[in-house]
Design a protein around this ligand. Structure first.
Ligand SMILES: *Cc1c(COP(=O)(O)O)cnc(C)c1O
Length: 374
């Protein structure tokens, strides 16, 4: 679709977010991406029915594929994209995955294991030797890095080499880092997975997912799965996501700078027991003073209820800063402390963010007599 004299691969990611997936530059042609709403096409074309393809999906897929360095396939949600990757595993096959991965992924793996569809081996993704050993006889290694919400970082290249040695495919959920900060396909990963809902779309107004692969056979299998299962993206959602993605590089840069600043300040606040921050990206998790106990959970709830600028909501990656005590979610793994608050740092002014957050932390701390401060 893109009709540039320029080879996109020679351009920096920031430029690619702007130029990839555009319409051909013909006189009178539209500069903005068209939103194509149709359920079917005139016969005898390449695509005959809209469950198989849509030009608005293609534009988003071209832009994301260019950023990740592969071929993208869009899905109705991040979970639909994860489901497509799991379809690559034969019935009864073995999947190795981090026990502290995104709760929806852990949930679907547990459910499939209970039904006897898959064998699942949960591992500590920060321990390459343990992951390598678990990969013996496995069909798929699922990597998430940094993880949601403990922000653990995996050595993607080392884990991928070990999994490939054992004959397993490797998928990597790149939702938190985005292709601006990390390109797993360059480390040999077979399929990158995104919740496009988060940073890629970036405005908390759509649910969407995507897979990106280099191997044509893998892409063909993912697309066949999409066609038959029907978890297709909506054209309007893909249009909004592509529009949001045009500013991805700017948003990630600004939000990451804010996160680094806030992580340093949080480390000195008496209301915070531990800061979890991998040193890059815009996600920061904090364990609120009071410990992994009922009292700690209650203090964390008070922090979330006391902010006025930060939005108390689940989800992440939007322009607005959001916070949530993760163990509110019923699917959340027990490895997440009950007093952990996940912070998705947005692009607001960092002084405003700190003022609101530090005030909420102060208000949530117990007074000398043990009662919550006012
Ligand atoms: C949100 C999320 C998902 C699931 O994506 P949806 O778009 O909500 O279906 C998967 N992985 C990670 C890391 C996420 O944060």
């Amino acid at each position: 679709m893109t009709d540039h004299a320029t080879n996109l691969t020679l351009l920096s990611p920031a430029t690619r977010t702007v130029v990839a997936g555009r319409e051909p530059r013909i006189p009178g042609g539209s500069v903005g991406s068209p939103l194509v709403l149709t359920s079917t096409y005139h016969a005898d074309g390449e695509v005959v029915y809209a469950r198989a393809g849509n030009p608005t999906w293609s534009a988003l897929e071209e832009a994301l594929g260019s950023l990740e360095g592969g071929v993208a396939t869009a899905f109705a949600s991040g979970m639909a994209a994860a489901d497509a990757v799991l379809s690559l595993v034969p019935l009864g096959g073995t999947v190795v995955a981090p026990g502290g991965a995104y709760n929806g992924v852990v949930g679907t793996l547990r459910q499939r294991a209970e039904r006897g569809e898959l064998v699942v081996r949960f591992v500590d993704i920060t321990d390459p030797a343990a992951v390598g050993a678990a990969c013996a006889g496995a069909d798929l290694l699922w990597v998430e890095s940094p993880t949601n919400p403990l922000l653990q970082v995996a050595d993607i290249a080392a884990l991928t080499a070990a999994a490939h040695e054992a004959g397993a495919l490797v998928a990597c959920d790149n939702t938190f880092a985005t292709p601006i900060l990390q390109r797993p396909l360059d480390d040999g990963v077979d399929v990158v997975v995104h919740s496009v809902t988060k940073y890629l779309a970036g405005h908390s107004d759509v649910l969407l997912g995507a897979c990106v692969a280099r191997d044509d056979d893998v892409t063909a299998r993912l697309r066949h799965h999409r066609l038959l299962r029907g978890a297709i993206p909506g054209p309007h959602e893909t249009w909004l996501a592509l529009r949001g993605m045009r500013t991805l590089a700017l948003r990630v840069k600004r939000a990451s700078a804010n996160a680094a600043d806030l992580a340093a300040r949080l480390a000195t606040h008496p209301g915070v027991e531990r800061v979890r921050y991998p040193g890059f990206g815009a996600m920061v998790s904090v364990d609120i003073a009071g410990g992994d106990t009922e009292a700690g959970a209650a203090a964390a709830e008070r922090v979330c209820a006391a902010t006025q600028l930060w939005v108390h909501s689940t989800s992440l990656g939007g322009v607005e800063s959001q916070l949530e005590r993760r163990r509110r979610q019923s699917l959340e793994p027990q490895s997440t402390p009950v007093n952990l608050i996940r912070l998705s740092v947005g692009i607001e002014d960092v002084e405003d963010l700190w003022q609101d957050l530090s005030r909420a932390l102060d208000a949530a701390r117990p007074a000398e007599d043990g009662s919550p401060a006012r």
